[in-house]
Design a protein around this ligand. Sequence first.
Ligand code: NDP
Length: 504
Amino acid sequence: MVATARKPGQPGLAKTFDSLNPATDEPVATFAVFGEHEVGETVARAREAAAWWSALTWKERQTRLLAWKSYLTRYIMRLAEVVHAETGKPASDAQLEILLAIVHIDWAAKHARRVLSPQKVRSGLVAFNHASTVQYHPLGVVGVIGPWNYPVFTPIGSIAYALAAGNAVVFKPSEFTPATGSWLVSSFAAVVPEHPVLQLVTGFGETGSHLARSGVDKIAFTGSTRTAKKVMAACAENLTPMVAECGGKDAMLVAADADLDSAADAAVWGALSNAGQTCVGVERIYVAQSVYHTFIEKLADRVSGLRPGDDREADYGPMTMPGQLEVIEQHIADAMACGGRAVVGGLGSIRKPYVGPVILADVPETSAAVTEETFGPTMTVKPVADLAEGVRLANAGRYGLGGSVYSKNKKAAMRAARSLRTGMTSINSALTVLSVPSLPFGGVGESGFGRIHGADGLKEFSRAQSITRQRMKPMSNLTSFTRTDKDLNQIMTLVTLLHGRRYK
Ligand code: NDP
């Protein structure tokens, strides 16, 4: 057992570390700290596995991925217990997270062939005598660096799509959730015993840094924006591409005509579930002035019966990462100092390792409680004139991950949703996008770049290759030193006819 296990930045001190139960501080399991050499060896093994895995047929890969899905479904309760022990979230919430991951593995396995196999495209005028195709090849080895808040759903969003696209994966889970990562990797090995197609490396941030520098063909990173910048700098050394899924400060917009009960219900779940430790959690709510007070009453009413704890009846668990308590405290204190008002809870809601529900109203838009990711069971609520003002305030931040709009007016809701500077928006629900496997997931601005899930997610872990095949000799060969002026004039006449028309 290593006492320093929860102090990243000190990897030199320990060759092993413990993952701890955040509610009891008891060790869950002990893991090795992978150094540069061990990470390099793992990636080398992954290269060999990738050669085997990519040479399988689509059907052979699909069968194995579906077998993995089936395994996770049958043993969902066992995995949920590991997630509960490491994150503190209720086992039922862990089950929900695993269930979503299962849906994604299923979709990726079943759609990889359609999305990635060779497709004919039109060659166009200049190359009309050629047949053109595009197809997507696996990249090779993908390094997946995951966070602790959704230690199954989040990494699987990259792992499943990378595997389905024909890559091998080396997975570095957060130091807070290595047992969950280890369980996932072992479960895959149980159904794909032939080669180490999915491998685990454990340790602190430095192990992730070794993975980013190891020469893998892509890094799929999920975590904070601050760490994403460090990982990107490490990737830059080898020009390793990266997909970055980072933090958010998602807003919910509530129009005057919205179903307020439904909006309040979704806001409370979106803000408090998983103790607010959700990248696409509802952190800010902008409500039409005319229904503002009624809405706040509904919110307060709904949270009044909710409480954190470690028992089976608790609505949500402890803060997984002790350091997060400080951030939450700072944000609440800043909101109050700027003239904000706590409608429910306040600084007294922080009772380590738990934080009770907090609803903050009238907080200036410049407060850290509005501009920074809080990652706790808190929400700010502010009145706005209409959806347009809500959109303007929602878009003012540096993040742009998800968001939600509540209105009975379909057109107005769609207009607002499209105007939000986000990667994903749900109308008349919250967080729904992530449960639709065919929809891409990702953000803009400080929320990151690149997409996981859906067809975009499969392509994210692939290399597009374009091929032209000459079908017949050209009437005139333009790309040859034997070209004549007549050849060029002929094509210029055609191009002028087709493209030279004036546009008003
Ligand atoms: P961190 O950024 O602290 O860590 C993410 C991962 O990166 C961990 O595995 C961590 O390892 C590793 N890491 C840390 N330092 C380095 C480094 N220098 N080089 C390489 N890897 C490193 O994020 P959290 O784990 O705290 O996760 C919470 C954050 O993730 C929140 O901001 C949340 O919004 C975001 N998130 C985003 C999602 C999205 O899809 N957009 C989904 C879920 C969460 P270790 O833990 O061992 O230090």
